[in-house]
Design a protein around this ligand. Sequence first.
Ligand SMILES: Cc1cc2nc3c(=O)[nH]c(=O)nc-3n(C[C@H](O)[C@H](O)[C@H](O)COP(=O)(O)O)c2cc1C
Ligand code: SF4
Ligand code: SF4
Length: 280
Amino acid sequence: MKLTTFCFSPTGTSRKNMMAVVKGLNPDEATHNDYTYYNIKTGAGLNEVLSSDDLALFSVPVYGGKVPPTALERMGQVRGENTPAILLVTYGNRNFEQVLVQLADYVRERGFRPIAAAALVGEHSYSNAQYPIAVGRPDAADLSSAEEFGKQIANKLKETDKKDWDIDIANNMPQLETPEVSLQAFVAFVQEYTRQQQINPVKAYPTASPNACTHCGVCVELCPTQAIAIGSEEVTDTTRCIRCCACVKGCPTEVRTFFSPFAKPLSENFQMRREPLYLL
Ligand SMILES: Cc1cc2nc3c(=O)[nH]c(=O)nc-3n(C[C@H](O)[C@H](O)[C@H](O)COP(=O)(O)O)c2cc1C
Ligand code: SF4
Ligand code: SF4
């Protein structure tokens, strides 16, 4: 089995989950295309065409119940020829909604056939010391569960007929339940936030305190969209920033911060531990 992976993971949780699945799969050969920085560094995999004997794996985070548009743009040139594909999404303990259906449609249009899917959990990009959300996820239990899923996929490929591999995500993917009280509180917050934005559209972006920033340049390296320039790291180009929080989580002196208005309601309403969900 020759595996080719395609990953977009600004804060690294989608990558961690993916590598646990890959460990369980234990492929004969693997090529990893990380699209988080592809246009800055290698450009690898951009014109990749995979055959029906290959195995593809797509791993992306969930942004607002969808695949981040930047991830879709970067994977857009990849093509399959009825190539089996594993779909992994990592979300921050709130919900993944219809993201796997969206990703399945997207890869199908490009010649892939989804044969396994998972909704995995990662520390929320907006999580901070004041408003923790799924801190430390994926943890050891998550990674061992993801590895086991990888083993189960390998068994399916070995032991079942190719024609029986396809999955029906829209109808069979397990869904999450959220306690009514948390759901109502979060929906009320989103409605009020949307109303305020209509009156006064002000979006928050990460910034660094000019006096405290050491200009080490780590955030420049970590930013997937080149929204931070060397020498003026305290400034964020808001036309490029996707608010992924890679710069915030990676700043060694913790002077780069992002006060998302969503952090508090997410932390208050989504403390229940979500477990990884699978479809095979
Ligand atoms: C802009 C944005 C939107 C997000 N939307 C959701 C969401 O709808 N549901 C959810 O549970 N987590 C959401 N998250 C959290 C991420 O899905 C989660 O932290 C994920 O682990 C990040 O993946 P990465 O480490 O690969 O970047 C969002 C994060 C960001 C930055
Ligand atoms: S990582 Fe932090 S300290 Fe380093 S340049 Fe960026 S904001 Fe400044
Ligand atoms: S500046 Fe924006 S896009 Fe760049 S790493 Fe920070 S949050 Fe992500």
